[in-house]
Write a protein that binds this ligand. Sequence first.
Ligand SMILES: Nc1ncnc2c1ncn2[C@@H]1O[C@H](COP(=O)(O)OP(=O)(O)OP(=O)(O)O)[C@@H](O)[C@H]1O
Ligand SMILES: [Mg+2]
Length: 358
Amino acid sequence: MSAPRPAPLLEAIELSKDFPVGRKGPGGTLQKVHAVDKVSFQVWPGETLGLVGESGCGKSTLARCLVRLYDITSGTLRFQGQDITRLGTRQLRPARLHLQMVFQDPYSSLNPRRRVGDLIAEPLRVHGRRKSGEIDARVRALLGLVGLSPDHLNRFPHEFSGGQRQRIGIARALALSPQLIIADEPVSALDVSIQAQIINLFSDLQEQLGLTYIFIAHDLSVIRQVASRTAVMYLGSIVEIGPTQELYDTPAHPYTAALISAVPIASVDPRKRRERIVLAGDPPSPMDPPLGCRFHPRCSYSSARCRSERPALLEIGNGRSVACHHPLNRGSGASLPLADHAQVDVPGGNSGPLCSAP
Ligand SMILES: Nc1ncnc2c1ncn2[C@@H]1O[C@H](COP(=O)(O)OP(=O)(O)OP(=O)(O)O)[C@@H](O)[C@H]1O
Ligand SMILES: [Mg+2]
């Protein structure tokens, strides 16, 4: 008999975040940006969940809702089984110890006038650690964990390279021994060789400390290296989620297929090569999202149903879920190569757009 699955560490249920923008719409009501729109997913202890999607699809807003840096407009957020959706600052403190964020640009999140030792000690002081000997020992241990040396304690952030600054950001996030780290594009601003070092650091720390990650990137090749499961976001919603390898091999949502087709594959096997699918147009405005499926104006598979009925995120087996009325790669027991779909359905052949406006 297989062991029962542990409870999710974090669970989002129909989570939404709107930003009022102070402009009036057609009916005289204030317009809102629907940055995150009814997002549901679970994160399991010890896993890395990758979150990908085009710029502006709501990844950072979702991340900030998950650590409660933003108030949540509607829906439910549970951490370690506790509903933390509307907890006030004081009630939230115990959960905050275990929920930390790493940001894309460590430089802007580090006070340039403070020394590295102080920057790393700050979360410890904020959370009530008072003994300077204890703080100093912890800061030195954290520097070692992230591959920096005690010589760095008295330096300022501008004396470090981008990769080293990200190490400082990671040390700060680790200070309170969190369980879950949400890393928002932590390697996007770094050179490729430095990216690899920081990715390795994340993976070593996960192994050493049993951490759970939500790792955000717009680059699917980065997500492929780090994430055991991947969620794909489009215009505020998750359109597909599942084990990373399966999602890459047999994408079920046409948007996932288009994103993956842009990832270069170094393979001599022609069956593994994919045709690049270029999406037509920009994503619609999250202030006025299309009716029905949010992706339908850019999707060549779109039907009348897609234009009127919003697809729910439904399980399709093997731990995968997709929000699409016409999912790809289904029925044949697994994998139609993506290029076959493109060749059958793309007007103008594979060099043209996957999707054309209806
Ligand atoms: N404070 C805010 N006020 C109003 N609109 C906002 C605010 N923050 C984000 N938005 C809007 O919400 C949407 C989602 O933005 P968000 O920054 O979460 O996207 P993202 O996926 O992280 O993009 P990127 O890949 O560029 O970082 C965008 O349309 C953005 O303009
Ligand atoms: Mg972002």
